[in-house]
Design a protein around this ligand. Structure first.
Ligand SMILES: [Zn+2]
Length: 396
């Protein structure tokens, strides 16, 4: 009996070897079929036939960890190209697959939320992100902070400011836990804006106690907020309390001179009501010396035209025209002022100053540009250095 078994041993070994070889060949064939399928899909993509490519990928039989990554990227790239319907189909297909890791499904869900957002379906996007937030811990595929950040952008769109504040707080907590791997948000400044939005809503409804509470929250969140100063100024202005209004407006403008164009009228009205136009002019002059902001320069001239000139304004104009490179709008406003309003600058001196100022301006202006691509240059060239076209250079 033992001899017979010994004799059968090679046969058993042979059968075992043949079976494993058949399995190997079968696996190889399957792999070849799959890669053939994959290459076919990629070829459709390369030949700009996205619908055919989509059909191949959606019917792809076995998606594993690695092909899932590729499909994920494919869906994202459809969305980035504005083809949201296709992106939605890819991501929905991925979520429906049974052999995907839960974390990869979560990543596909995140992309689905982004697809809905891109398609303007904000309530569906919110639903997806909220579900993710309840069921997800940060992992290598998805971070909780990104989910909070996406929710925040939705609440900004829907103007649900309290929810946006909560989303920023959720973002901060998750990002801290996760070592800050997600792009940083300027959380304090954002939350200050959201509280200001709520305060403006409360102001419109006449809920003044609520306004005070909200402004206190802005102050404790981000006390440098120029929007807080502006809002405080507006509240005083509407109550005709011009002194504190002017103080708040100037405080905001000193911190950020870009606000002058927005606050110009109310600042001027407050100063007129208080008979403090001279003081305002002085403040703006010293601010201009620090910032060299063209809006401030033009406001100084506008105020001088309306309320009378002063030696300080004339001497500022003389030095700016002679030495600075002003833009053409500022030069025009200044020439108008010299022509009709200035008492200190004589006509001949004014002409001389304007001549200098125009010369300063022209120093930086390119004399030629390319008719093909618009590239600007100071000297004539046979060939454009940007688009490499011949004989396309002309006077600017
Ligand atoms: Zn060119």
């Amino acid at each position: 009996m033992v001899e017979i078994l010994l004799l059968l041993l090679p046969l058993v070994f042979f059968l075992g070897w043949r079976a494993s070889r058949r399995k190997l060949i079968k696996n190889q064939r399957k792999q070849q079929q799959l890669s053939g399928h994959f290459v076919k899909g990629v070829n459709f993509l390369l030949s700009e036939e996205p619908d055919k490519a989509l059909e191949v990928f959606l019917n792809y039989p076995d998606i594993d960890e690695y092909t899932a990554e590729t499909f994920q990227l494919l869906g994202d790239s459809f969305r980035n190209r504005g083809e949201v319907d296709r992106a939605l189909r890819v991501h929905q297909n991925l979520i429906a697959r049974t052999n995907l890791k839960p974390q990869q499904k979560q990543k596909a869900m995140f992309s689905l939320g982004e697809d809905f957002y891109a398609a303007g379906m904000l309530d569906r996007a919110e639903g997806v992100f909220q579900e993710l937030l309840s069921n997800t811990q940060s992992n290598k595929y998805i971070s909780k902070a990104s989910v909070c950040s996406s929710l925040r952008t939705i609440y900004e769109q829907t103007q649900e400011w309290q929810k946006a504040i909560d989303a920023v707080s959720c973002y901060d907590k998750s990002n801290k836990k996760n070592g800050g791997s997600v792009p940083k948000l300027n959380s304090k400044s954002l939350v200050a804006h959201y509280y200001c939005e709520l305060a403006e809503e409360a102001l419109q409804l006449g809920k003044l106690n609520e306004v005070d509470d909200l402004l206190a929250k802005v102050k404790s969140t981000y006390k440098q907020s120029t929007r807080l100063m502006t809002l405080q100024g507006d509240i005083e202005f509407h109550q005709k309390k011009y002194k504190p209004a002017l103080k708040k407006y100037l405080q905001a403008i000193k911190q950020d001179s870009r606000l002058l164009s927005m606050l110009c009228d109310k600042t001027e009205q407050s100063a007129v009501a208080l008979n403090e136009i001279n003081g305002l002019q002085k403040d703006l002059l010293s601010l201009y010396k620090k910032s060299k902001n063209k809006t401030i320069f033009e406001t100084i001239i506008t105020l001088a035209k309306k309320y009378g000139n002063s030696e300080a304004v004339d001497s500022l104009i003389e030095s700016e025209l002679a030495t600075e490179k002003l833009n053409i709008e500022s030069i025009y406003k200044t020439s108008e002022y010299i022509k009709s309003y200035s008492e200190g600058i004589e006509a001949e001196q004014g002409l001389d100053l304007l001549n200098k100022s125009l010369s300063n301006y022209l120093k930086g202006v390119p004399a030629f540009n390319c008719g093909h691509c618009g590239y600007k240059m100071h000297d004539y060239l046979w060939r454009c250095p940007a688009c490499q076209q011949w004989d396309t250079i002309d006077h600017a």
